[in-house]
Ligand binder design. Structure first.
Ligand code: LLP
Length: 432
């Protein structure tokens, strides 16, 4: 799984560029994305849908990693975009992304965010709750406009993943519940509002899924209810959005399914269920985030200090950590890494890679075999493209790292590094 390209100097390659050179030019820590890897994933999802012959949209979940260049790339690849905040929407606007292909998710959109999205002419809202339905109706009225919506349904199916990122179970802050009649009431209410076009339904089971059976289960559950809503309220879904959550490989032990496997399962189940209910085949939408960008991203760090506790652990510290990758501290997420400047050397020892934040839990990897590490070595941590930069913070007043896109033998800065001035930009000196 983890065969990485290397050059004759024994350096890691990202695209056709020497990672050590990237680290020298842009400084560490830094994120480097292999643009071809992103394009290939985007195309794999689209190709999988093309093979089914169904109408579809693949919306990139920009929460995984959003910046103007990324959104532009998503547009180049002909995907739609899922945003979850005014900030992600603003990024899309700045990137010139076609607003009719933007979907707005989230469980607590503010009135202001809803207004901004309506004014921008967004493609659809994925409405999460009754409060949002009211806000949307009011704002449509105020702006004398109409909008498309999907209703986010909680199918009551647990994804087999970390509980913090599992979202489809019965006890979830997201969506309208099926088991207590919320979802049906939301369908009824949406159908009654003339400024709101109920296009269909949305569900998202969880993130980092490694199997398809939960999707089949969710779709079957959903259609049992759709059948009733059709009979009782004349509701016919034109769109079913099956969310994202398709797992990727962080370490050699992860065996993710191909995009095709997820897409085929989803389309097959929807075909079967809509046929069983004598309903027309809807468009099928998905919203992958991690699986588009995760494996395409690598973080480059420079090794600084070391501390060996004999027979216990050998710590090596890098110049970033939980401030650019909170996932190990937050979820116990595991990563693999190599010394980018000596990838061909034999591993000699187990190391524990620590971040530089003042926090014992700021560890990136607890057991990493490496050649004997020297300070100044460049450590490349793999599969950091999703929810790394996106969840970065300024804890300890560390500036956020730069992001570089590499495509074949070209590379380009797409997000500048923050500097100290950025850190105090919003600070105001004491005046009283
Ligand atoms: N659609 C909805 C409604 C979602 O809630 C999510 C993720 C996605 C799509 C995209 O899921 P993906 O394809 O990226 O797995 N910070 C966590 C992940 C949180 C995911 C939240 N929702 C992590 O670092 O693992």
């Amino acid at each position: 799984v983890m065969t990485k390209k290397r050059n004759e100097q024994g350096h890691l390659m990202i695209g056709d560029i020497d990672a050590v050179r990237l680290a020298e030019q842009y400084q560490t820590p830094m994120f480097a994305y292999d643009v071809n890897a992103i394009r290939n994933k985007a195309r794999a999802f689209k190709r999988a849908f093309e093979q089914t012959g169904i109408d579809y949209q693949v919306a990139y979940a920009s929460k995984a990693f959003s910046c103007i260049a990324m959104v532009q790339l998503v547009h180049e690849e002909g995907l739609s975009l899922d945003v979850v905040s005014g900030g992600e929407l603003y990024t899309a606007i700045q990137a010139g992304f076609p607003m009719e292909n933007v979907h707005f998710n989230g469980n607590n959109k503010s009135r202001q965010e809803i207004r901004e999205a309506l004014q921008a002419g967004i493609g659809c809202f994925v409405v999460d709750n009754f409060h949002e339905l009211e806000l949307l109706e009011e704002e449509c009225e105020r702006l004398q406009t109409q909008t498309n919506i999907l209703l986010r349904i909680t199918p009551g199916v647990e994804g087999t993943t970390h509980s913090y990122i599992s979202t489809g179970g019965e006890d979830s802050k997201f969506g309208f519940d099926l088991f207590n009649g919320q979802a049906e009431a939301a369908v009824e209410q949406s159908l009654a509002v003339s400024s709101i076009q109920l296009q269909g339904l949305h569900f998202h089971i969880g993130s980092q899924l490694f199997e398809t059976s939960v999707l089949t289960k969710a779709i079957a559950t959903l259609y049992r209810h759709i059948e009733h809503w059709h009979t009782l309220h004349g509701f016919i879904p034109e769109v079913i959005n099956a969310g994202g959550g398709f797992g990727i490989s962080y370490t050699r032990y992860d065996e993710p399914l191909e995009p095709e496997a997820f897409v085929e399962t989803i389309v097959h189940s929807i075909r079967e269920e809509s046929g069983r209910c004598h309903l027309p085949l809807p468009e099928v939408w998905i919203e992958p985030g991690r699986s588009i960008v995760g494996e395409a991203g690598t973080t480059l760090y420079t090794i600084g200090s070391q501390k060996e506790i004999e027979h216990v652990r050998h710590y090596v510290s890098v110049d970033g950590g939980m401030t650019d990758n909170i996932r190990p501290a937050l979820y116990g997420a595991r990563y693999e890494a190599e010394l980018a400047n000596r990838v061909t050397q034999q591993n000699e020892k187990m190391y524990a890679v620590a971040g530089k934040a003042c926090e014992s839990g700021d560890m990136l990897i607890y057991d990493l075999p490496l050649p004997t590490v020297k300070s100044g070595d460049i450590l490349a941590v793999f599969s950091t493209g999703a929810y790394g930069y996106a969840m970065a913070s300024n804890y300890n007043r560390l500036p956020r790292p730069p992001v570089v896109f590499v495509e074949n033998d070209e590379h380009q800065l797409v997000v500048e590094s923050e500097n100290y001035a950025d850190l105090v930009r919003n600070d105001r000196p004491l005046t009283m």
